[in-house]
Write a protein that binds this ligand. Structure first.
Ligand code: MG
Length: 258
């Protein structure tokens, strides 16, 4: 199933998107907490405003350097264990929402990533049990102020600015993540073209590892790292993250100080 969160001008609601990504069938309640129940109302996707498919109630967990070629382009070693960081949930925005580049940074980068959405409260989950706690998958852009990431040492500010965590366009609940193609476009240019098969630590390992440290709650999101090809974005450009089997997340980048 593809589960979208959207609005037609009123309160946000949820719906099931068809395979073509054209129609949306409204469901009642929040599918993270209630069984899926269709209301009978349908809309065209192009006529609604898609929102971030989940607003993490407690946390977004990022994973750094989870693809060897990306670790190399960053000039660092590949960590033996997953390198975790936290992004505040106030950084999350949805499909089409502008990423606002802050005046503190002159070097803002895109990072296209597969995002895992947690469906159940859990702790100390074994890798073989991870499928039971995963709700689904969506596309993410782990936007990073590269200059501040280097100068701060800690990554909280560099990756945590408001609007720096676009998610969407919807959550795909059925996806074999062992080898899906991930492409990022900056305007028309393909700048990242990777496969999740090249992750150093796979989804099961990442979720298990994170759960050894943190209690995971429904709606928590884990970003699984970015393949090689990261680079800067200028105001006025648009970045698209496309993941095979999910869809395309597209966001314009803006500066308010221009
Ligand atoms: Mg990243």
């Amino acid at each position: 199933m593809r589960i979208a969160r959207y609005t037609t001008g009123e309160d946000p609601t949820y719906g099931l998107v068809d395979g073509a990504g054209e129609k949306i069938a409204r469901i009642s309640g929040d599918p993270l907490y209630q069984p899926i129940s269709l209301t009978g109302e349908t809309s065209m996707v192009e006529e609604v405003r898609l929102l971030a498919p989940v607003i993490p109630r407690s946390k977004v967990i990022g994973i750094g350097r989870n693809y060897a070629e990306h670790a190399r382009e960053m000039g660092g070693e590949t960590p033996a264990e997953p390198l975790m960081f936290l992004i505040p949930n106030t950084a999350v925005v949805g499909p089409g929402d502008p990423v606002v580049m802050p005046p503190q940074s002159t070097n803002v980068h895109y990072e296209g990533e597969l995002a895992v959405v947690i469906g159940r409260m859990c702790k100390d989950v074994a890798p073989e049990d991870v499928a039971r706690v995963v709700f689904g998958y969506t596309c993410a852009n782990d936007v990073t102020a590269r200059d501040l990431q280097r100068s701060d040492g800690q990554w909280a500010r560099a990756k945590g600015f408001d609007t720096f965590c676009p998610l969407g366009p919807w959550i795909e609940t059925e996806l074999d993540t062992s080898s899906v193609r991930l492409r990022t476009r900056r305007d028309e240019e393909v700048v990242q073209d990777g496969t999740t098969g090249d992750m150093i630590h796979d989804v099961a390992h990442l979720v298990s590892y994170a759960s050894q440290a943190f209690t995971l709650l429904p709606g928590d999101v884990i970003l699984t790292g970015t393949p090689e090809g990261v680079g800067p974005v200028e105001a006025g450009q648009r970045v698209e993250v496309q993941i095979e089997g999910i869809g395309t997340l597209s966001n314009p980048f803006v500066r308010h100080d221009d």
